[in-house]
Write a protein that binds this ligand. Sequence first.
Ligand SMILES: *[C@@H]1O[C@H](CO)[C@@H](O)[C@H](O)[C@H]1NC(C)=O
Ligand SMILES: *[C@@H]1O[C@H](CO)[C@@H](O)[C@H](O)[C@H]1NC(C)=O
Ligand SMILES: *[C@@H]1O[C@H](CO)[C@@H](O)[C@H](O)[C@H]1NC(C)=O
Length: 420
Amino acid sequence: MMRTKPLALALSLFTPSKLSLLRSGLPPNHIHFNAAGASPMSQPVLNTLINHLNLEIQVGGYAAASEVASSTSKIYTSLSKLISCSSSELALHDSSTTSFTHAINSIPLTATSTILSCSSTEYASNAISLLKHCKSSGAIPPIFITNKDDGTLDLEKIKEMILDPKNNVSAVTLTHAPTNGGHVNNAQTLGSLLNSLPSSINKPLYLLDACQTIGQVDVNVEEIGCDFLAGTSRKWLRGPRGVGFLYVKSGLSIDEPAWLDLYGAKWISPQNYEVDSTAKRYEFWEGSVANKLAFGAAIDLVLDIGIDNIQSRIQYLSNLTRELITKEIGLINKDTQDGDMPLSGICSFEVSKIGSAPYVVEELKKRNISVSTSGRSSTLLDAEKRDLPEMMVRFSPHYFNTEEEVRKVVSALKDIKKES
Ligand SMILES: *[C@@H]1O[C@H](CO)[C@@H](O)[C@H](O)[C@H]1NC(C)=O
Ligand SMILES: *[C@@H]1O[C@H](CO)[C@@H](O)[C@H](O)[C@H]1NC(C)=O
Ligand SMILES: *[C@@H]1O[C@H](CO)[C@@H](O)[C@H](O)[C@H]1NC(C)=O
């Protein structure tokens, strides 16, 4: 998380010519302010995708896959550099949700154990996955802990719950950054807490959902100390839709994940199979090779630009977005902060002053501006805790956006306000 480079230097790397290269292929009239939903792929990433589809048409999917086998294995190497792990600790899936669900369902639970969700920012999909797994296992229902009123993780409460033998906590989950605001949880403090538990306690497994941070924040699994991490291609990495990944720390006590096929295990005799000892055991055989290759190209671009440069640029543009929308339109920014953790690129606003959230999104769309809404049920705990409106509007600029685009978005909001 430490910034290694002065801010001004990081920002100065995005010269007009560098930016125009990074924006190549983007429609000039369209302002994409929805990186938190899905970002447009860069031209090299799109080319990688299309080239492989063309190869599949020419020689067939299987032959095409063998031709690119070495490139496919490089995806894991690139990803391991991005999050500081080994390439044998990575499995690819069709989405981050699949990755998270895969991890959750592999947590062994008994009637006396449960899972602890550690933040108000828990995603609906993940909460459902926790509830379902605890229910199916006949375990104690999951325990949901919310952040403290000042936005920080409630580490005292988390520790108390883990130390309470009644709970027998098998795993803890944390959302690194929510979908409904710029909050970034200090994931490392949770890792440190788990590492400092008395040795008499069975250390819970730690699952981190990094789908809104990967590609915009420096995520280092070694520093964080998590056992699993799920992430996605389509948001801040600017990769294609349809790819997610799971980091599985080597040496975990879980030998067998919930689901296996012939990729993660080998059928060695009619009644026996042998499970792969690497993270491969969490992966399935089938998948889109074109998507995976493009995902690899997207990671390479991030490594090339530098994640700290990307983070600075996103912070700069989202700071400007929050500031101008607050000052010039008078809307209320709803982002919270975990202590001195920097905010992510997600800027959430209560917009009732100028119209309903869907109306504002629609009006911006008419002006070639993509933003999205964020509803209560997608982050229920946080919505209830902070009494959030039914829907907010979410602006999420990426490094490829410009100051000029921020100003255009603000000026479009001014028009909408005038008309309302
Ligand atoms: C705690 O849960 C684990 C499964 O996660 C189980 O093996 C163990 O027996 C449980 N311990 C107690 C004291 O119930
Ligand atoms: C964004 O704003 C915060 C304070 O609100 C500041 O600490 C940070 O340096 C700003 N980042 C950039 C890139 O301007
Ligand atoms: C929106 O984009 C389209 C296609 O690029 C363009 O023809 C149109 O003029 C734009 N509309 C506005 C309001 O900018």
